[in-house]
Design a protein around this ligand. Sequence first.
Ligand SMILES: Nc1nc2c(c(=O)[nH]1)N(C=O)[C@@H](CNc1ccc(C(=O)N[C@@H](CCC(=O)O)C(=O)O)cc1)CN2
Ligand SMILES: Nc1ncnc2c1ncn2[C@@H]1O[C@H](COP(=O)(O)OP(=O)(O)OP(=O)(O)O)[C@@H](O)[C@H]1O
Length: 185
Amino acid sequence: MTFPHDHKQALRAKMRAERDRFAASNQMVIMPPRALLTRLKPGLIVASYHPIGAEADPSHLHMAAHDAGARLALPHVTGKATPMRFLAWHPDHDLAEGPFGLRQPLGDEELAPDIILTPLIAFDRDLNRLGQGAGHYDRAFAQYPRAWRLGVAWSVQQTDSLPSDSWDIPLHAIVTERAYLEKED
Ligand SMILES: Nc1nc2c(c(=O)[nH]1)N(C=O)[C@@H](CNc1ccc(C(=O)N[C@@H](CCC(=O)O)C(=O)O)cc1)CN2
Ligand SMILES: Nc1ncnc2c1ncn2[C@@H]1O[C@H](COP(=O)(O)OP(=O)(O)OP(=O)(O)O)[C@@H](O)[C@H]1O
């Protein structure tokens, strides 16, 4: 079922406001779930992200990956229309300013991720995800279908049921400051 574009836009505005309110009055951290830790090994490529605004901070997750010998990558975009690339990044490296207030890697070494720590605006119990609407993660998920897709979010970003379009690829799991949710299969 295809939901009107306007419905997704209204949901984004509502859930961004919810997230911003939550983050303004709480000092929470998100810790790496056991399911992530058991997957980590030297040489694995883990894509994380640099949070903007009130987004959930994945740094404890990617630092656990770094400590386990994994290589890190961060997303790099140039605009809404162009695909996102994951570029190599080391925690000691500086970031450069990008579009939408993003901070992105300076280098140009593209990596194919084994695990994608995924930012999101909203999620539901079926692990559907609503993103920024440019299709950057939907396209990356299609490009790397074997990667493990772990959503990172505040618990208040959960909503009853999300509109799902044909191109939407659900997450394998989601971690919040309160819980770890996994797809039952
Ligand atoms: N931290 C972070 N990095 C990320 C993403 C993300 O969601 N979060 N992306 C996910 O795709 C990609 C960047 N894509 C983006 C596409 C559109 C907008 C955008 O339209 N932003 C709105 C305001 C967003 C807000 O207030 O939350 C804007 O600029 O009007 C932002 C990022 C890659 N890096
Ligand atoms: N595999 C794909 N290839 C090309 N375009 C895609 C693909 N997946 C999604 N898109 C396009 O991306 C756009 C954004 O989709 P949508 O509103 O579902 O994004 P979203 O749920 O916010 O997630 P994202 O974080 O990926 O932006 C749509 O116009 C869609 O046509």
